[in-house]
Design a protein. Structure first.
Length: 109
């Protein structure tokens, strides 16, 4: 469940992408079908996936605000980690901003 949730929140899986069947996923992960079914049900409650009888499970496109909020939360956690690391390196706030600006501009090229 966590791996699928993470793949959706990171954008690795997009709205409309199909997920493995419950049986297939259970076999791949070597867990019971019941466990896999519960995981899919939980993801469906979170509106991250949709189950369509006879067709399978798909990444939902209905909860974009939630997904964006979760991705922003992950980004903030990474930024806090960078801030802590920069303080350990005795970088000033301006040094960090300058470094980030250079990297941001390089990424645009």
């Amino acid at each position: 469940m966590n791996q699928i949730r993470q793949s959706i929140l990171s954008g690795e899986l997009s709205a409309g992408d199909s997920l493995p069947s419950i049986r297939q996923l259970a076999k791949e992960l070597q867990v019971s079908v019941i466990t896999t079914k519960r995981a899919y049900e939980e993801l469906e409650k979170e509106q991250l996936i949709d189950s369509i009888v006879g067709k399978g499970c798909f990444v939902s496109g209905a909860n974009k605000d939630f997904i964006r909020e979760q991705r922003m939360k992950r980004l903030e956690e990474k930024m806090l980690e960078i801030i802590r690391e920069s303080k350990e390196l005795n970088m000033s706030r301006q040094d960090l901003i300058d470094h980030l600006t250079v990297l941001f501009e390089e990424e645009e090229m």
